[in-house]
Design a protein around this ligand. Structure first.
Ligand code: GDP
Length: 440
């Protein structure tokens, strides 16, 4: 996602790297690069300009604390401003009414039908709702078939009337059907066009009038860049929608739509589509997206996953052991077990700041821990608790027992030793501050 923009922003930040202070001159140069990066990502010109002006003012107005470098400070300001640009915080769907009526609008191929299925799935699985899908795209019989297939897939009923060519009547009948059958959310998929035209706008406005939806979600393909923003504006002028759904963010999109839409139409992005599968839907978090764009990784999501595995008592004990330099192979193995429970290795590593970019083309095996676990299993309990006693003779025995070889055992012993050293240093607060200062 947005790897091009990431690379360019990285280069812009390099201007400040190694500089002791933020000055008019180095900020001006950095801002020029940032603006260029945004324009290349297809961000609206006005948005890019006002954005960099804002960042510049903020950067010059701040004192650089001795504990952070100018590059770090700018990253923080950029992160805050990008978050703001994309809407600040999460805007939840308004789904308290029963039934809640949600109208889905957009051009052909934007991903409306796919999103309707994903949303039905999301509301059923995550919000405990009983949705009904309504097939309102009367011009394309294939669209009705597609919605029926998706409905089956996500186990949500679909209201269809193949004899009618009146989308307004179908929408109204769909809502009535939901009320009769105890469905508390109605998702109405509507017909699109290849481009904005008057007939489409009149029709969708009439559907809105007739059904009085609580949410109108405008679905747009993020790959279309500035066009996405222009289409959003045209739809919003007529429909006054309540939120945007950006699809196809899994593709090679440059990111312009995600960054400009909020500032142009002043409506929040509520969801993003990240694949063709029904599960490939995410609630849009402006702050997390900003971190991803800046290559800071999605630490929050990583932490959320870690928290699900986190055991406070165990962590406190571990800390104590680390401080006393008593971290042993039993602890190491239980740490590996916890990491494994958090999910797919490559996904996890991609969330770590700076790592995502570095590993994007590298295959990472999920069973990379297997030999390590086998080696630890072949140690005696005494050896696991006292790693220092593991001499060459013992290493040879462990290698044989684990079906690995002496090189692998030596490598693990070395890594373990290094890790212990780093852990010891990290538990020393003064050292931590020093390390932070040296980070880019
Ligand atoms: P509609 O005409 O607006 O109803 O669009 P569709 O829902 O039929 O989607 C058009 C195409 O885009 C289909 O091939 C979908 O599988 C695909 N599509 C929709 N959303 C996404 C997404 O988030 N990522 C990817 N990669 N493809 C998507």
């Amino acid at each position: 996602m947005f790897s091009n923009l990431q690379d360019k922003l990285d280069r812009a930040f390099k201007v400040l790297k190694g500089q002791g202070n933020i000055t008019e001159i180095n900020v001006a140069e950095t801002m020029k690069e940032i603006r260029k990066a945004l324009l290349d990502a297809d961000v609206n010109y006005k948005t890019a300009k006002s954005f960099t002006d804002e960042v510049r003012t903020k950067a010059l107005g701040q004192n650089v604390l001795s504990s952070v470098s100018p590059g770090q400070l700018l990253t923080k300001i950029m992160n805050d401003e990008l978050t703001e640009l994309m809407g600040g915080s999460v805007t939840e769907l308004e789904i308290t009414k029963s039934p809640t009526i949600i109208l889905i609008a957009g051009l052909n191929g934007a991903g409306k039908t796919t999103f309707s299925g994903k949303l039905a799935n999301f509301l059923r699985e995550n919000k405990g709702k009983k949705p009904l899908l309504v097939a309102g795209d009367v011009y394309r019989p294939a669209a009705i078939d597609q919605l029926e297939v998706l409905g089956k897939q996500v186990d949500v009923p679909v209201y269809v009337d193949r004899n009618s060519e009146d989308p307004i009547a179908i929408a109204v009948a769909g809502v009535a059907h939901a009320k009769q059958n105890g469905n508390n959310v109605v998702i109405i998929d509507t017909a699109g066009r290849l481009a904005i035209d008057e007939a489409l706008m009149t029709e969708i406005t009439a559907v809105k009038q007739a059904t009085q939806p609580h949410e109108i979600l405008f679905v747009v393909d993020s790959m279309t860049g500035q066009d996405a923003v222009n289409t959003a504006k045209a739809f919003n002028d007529r429909l006054d929608f309540t939120g945007v759904v950006l699809t196809k963010l899994d593709g090679d999109t440059r990111g312009g739509a995600a960054l400009s839409i909020k500032s142009v139409v002043n409506k929040p992005i509520k969801f993003i589509g990240t694949g063709e599968k029904m599960e490939a839907l995410d609630v849009f978090h402006p702050d997390r997206m900003a971190s991803r764009i800046l290559g800071m990784g999605d630490v929050v999501s990583l932490v959320e996953r870690a928290q699900q595995q986190f055991d406070e008592k165990q962590a406190a004990e571990l800390q104590k052991k680390i401080r006393k330099n008593k971290f042993d192979f039993n602890d190491f193995k239980s740490q590996i077990g916890q990491i494994k429970k958090m999910g797919n290795m490559k996904d996890l590593m991609g969330m770590i700041p700076g790592v995502g970019k570095a590993i994007k083309d590298i295959e990472i095996e999920d069973d990379a821990f297997k030999p390590i676990e086998a080696i630890i299993d072949s140690m005696t309990p005494y050896e696991r608790e006292n790693p220092d006693v593991i001499d060459p003779k013992r290493r040879l025995r462990i290698a044989k027992g684990s079906g690995t070889n002496i090189d692998e055992v030596n490598k693990l012993m070395k890594q373990f030793g290094d890790m212990r050293k780093v852990m010891k240093q990290m538990s020393n607060p003064g050292m931590m501050a020093k390390m932070m200062r040296n980070m880019p």
